[in-house]
Design a protein around this ligand. Structure first.
Ligand code: CP
Length: 311
């Protein structure tokens, strides 16, 4: 099997078989990581460039490590110090990177659709590392990988995603991915942060934290995106936490003891999740970060292998 598309733009158009194939490959990559094998030949001779128009810690760094562990050359274009600040367009930046024999561009951009546009004009692979409020497919893949590690199968799993659904590309990618792999998805948050009609995409929607937590196998907090919260979406963060914050009290009251706690990060401690919940035994937030490296290794390998087979 190989991936049907040269780019990874989102999970909306990816089949369940392809997602499973990526997750299986990531499991192999994780065994390499666990054996401390961080110098492998899978991508020798390949070149990867990161083009991040928005800040990132986890995604950018894990792509860099993943590429280097597989033997590729990795370069990061600091957008704020590049010719983008002189007015160069996205496509001209893409053509310039292409002229340097680049095999993969990883892009994060504030506008939905930017990775697709770049992919349509770049002969190598483009990986979407988050575009506006659209998708963040590698985050959802690593989230599903983490759930699969714990539960084995996602079929019938009850996953509650709580927080700023409106602005969340993580929620959208998880919704597409989890539904295709058979999970039940509940989206919970204030009505002002809930996209109109999202229940038609297969999610159960509620603004009751109790409803979201009862029966959940997985509780995923989502960051309140202060940088995107213009206008009256929320009154105060303190008030948000009192209605939607997950803390020891709400977990004790409404959840089973072994519920899995997740968050894509960065966490606003005391807002989406209390500090005690972030650091609790059943929190796998750090494991998600480890799994992010394995999933990105798998993707980089599968996309560049696909290109080799096409050549
Ligand atoms: N989860 C996530 O995308 O984190 P970063 O913004 O740090 O990459």
């Amino acid at each position: 099997m190989h991936l049907s598309q040269k780019d990874l733009i989102g999970l909306h158009d990816m089949s369940a078989d392809e997602m499973t194939y990526i997750l299986d490959t990531a499991a192999t990559m994780k065994t390499y990581l666990q054996q401390n094998a961080k110098k492998m030949p899978h991508m020798q001779g390949k070149s990867v460039v990161a083009l991040f128009y928005e800040n990132s810690t986890r995604t950018r760094l894990s792509f860099e490590l993943a590429a280097k562990f597989l033997g590729a050359t990795f370069s990061n274009l600091g957008v704020s110090s590049s010719s983008v600040s002189k007015g160069e367009t996205l496509l001209d930046t893409g053509y310039t990177i292409e002229a340097m024999e680049t095999d993969v561009i990883i892009i994060r951009h504030p506008y939905a659709g930017a990775p697709k546009l770049l992919g349509d004009h770049f002969s190598g692979s483009v990986i979407n590392a988050g575009d506006g409020m659209h998708e963040h497919p590698t985050q959802a893949l690593l989230d599903m990988f983490t759930m699969r590690e714990r539960f084995g199968d996602l079929k019938g799993l009850n996953v509650s995603i709580i927080g700023d659904i409106w602005h969340s590309r993580v929620a959208r990618s998880n919704l597409w991915g989890l539904k295709k792999l058979g999970a039940n998805v509940t989206l919970c948050g204030p009505k002002t942060l809930m996209p109109f009609g999202i229940e038609t995409m297969g999610a159960r929607v509620t603004s009751s934290l109790e409803e979201a937590l009862k029966g959940a196998d997985v509780v995923m907090g989502l960051r309140i995106q202060k940088e995107r919260l213009e206008g009256a979406f929320l009154s105060t963060l303190r008030e948000y936490h009192s209605f939607f914050g997950v803390n020891e009290g709400t977990l004790d009251k409404w959840c089973s003891k072994d519920v899995l706690i997740m968050h894509p990060g960065p966490v606003n401690r005391g807002v989406e999740l209390s500090s005690a919940v972030v650091d609790a035994e059943n929190s796998v937030i750090n494991e998600q970060v480890t799994n992010g490296v394995a999933v990105r290794m798998a993707l980089l390998y599968l996309l560049t292998r696909r290109k080799n087979e096409d050549a």
